[in-house]
Design a protein around this ligand. Structure first.
Ligand SMILES: N[C@@H](CCC(=O)N[C@@H](CS)C(=O)NCC(=O)O)C(=O)O
Length: 235
């Protein structure tokens, strides 16, 4: 039987993953449909004003777009709440999710560099956002492992995909940045190990992510070991 919720995605989209983490954390059954980035179907274009994924289809009747709006909708409608009960804490959490696009773009722009020089220049800008998050983690008033303590939150769901992409990138071409931010590094470790994060992607996400770099002809793809090429397609 089809689920009430259907996520519409490209294979490696971190913004879709954010919504998938929320669905997983709440143990909500959902289907996921992958569309071709280069041939987006008309039904998708009709419900996605910016032609972007994710789109969340609800009962085949309603369509929501924008990962933050989807995460907030799911949190308002399906228990347990991932947002904190305290309005001040909730507002602070929302303030940090507002920062995700800036944080994400420092990582994505580095990942998609076209040359070594571009890669170096863009990677140098990652320290700014990493420093801000390190400070936020120092001030949060709990010992983790997640942003608000022991319970995964919408802040965790929002940052996890990008900290995971940073980690994939770091494994291909060590950046030596996150090591300077111990609280962020510990948060990253907790997030990538969280069951909801692990279940939010295809199991071979790192290989699929590497194949995507190759398909887009990005500079970083030259560090992908020959042995993994084709492994993603075969898995
Ligand atoms: N602000 C959007 C960003 C979503 C986004 O950028 N998705 C990418 C895929 S990861 C996309 O659909 N890009 C459009 C394109 O590739 O043309 C959100 O949070 O949902």
């Amino acid at each position: 039987m089809a689920s009430q919720f259907k996520l519409c995605s490209f294979m490696t989209c971190p913004w879709v993953q954010r919504a998938a983490i929320v669905l997983q954390a709440k143990q909500i059954p959902y289907d996921i449909t992958y569309i071709d980035r280069n041939k987006r179907p008309d039904w998708f274009l009709a419900v996605s004003p910016h032609s972007k994924v994710p789109v969340l289809l609800i009962d085949g009747k309603e369509a929501l777009f924008e990962s933050n709006a989807i995460a907030e909708y799911l949190d308002e409608t399906v228990a347990p709440r991932l947002h904190p009960d305290d309005p001040i804490a909730r507002a602070r959490n929302r303030a940090w999710t507002d920062y995700v696009p800036t944080f994400a773009s420092s990582i994505s722009s580095t990942m998609y560099s076209d040359s070594e020089d571009e890669f170096g220049a863009r990677a140098a800008k990652i320290s700014g956002p990493f420093g801000k998050l390190e400070e936020a983690l120092a001030k949060r008033g709990n010992a983790g492992p997640y942003f608000n303590g022991p319970k995964l939150s919408l802040v965790d769901a929002a940052y996890a995909p990008f900290l995971q992409r940073y980690t994939f990138m770091d494994r291909l071409r060590p950046l030596g940045i996150i090591e300077k931010y111990p609280l962020l590094a510990a948060w990253r470790d907790a997030l990538v190990a969280a069951p909801a994060v692990k279940a939010s992607t295809v199991p071979n996400i790192e290989a699929v992510w590497q194949e995507n770099l190759i398909a887009r002809g990005r500079w970083l793809s030259k560090f992908v070991a020959k042995s993994v090429v084709g492994a993603a397609a075969a898995a």
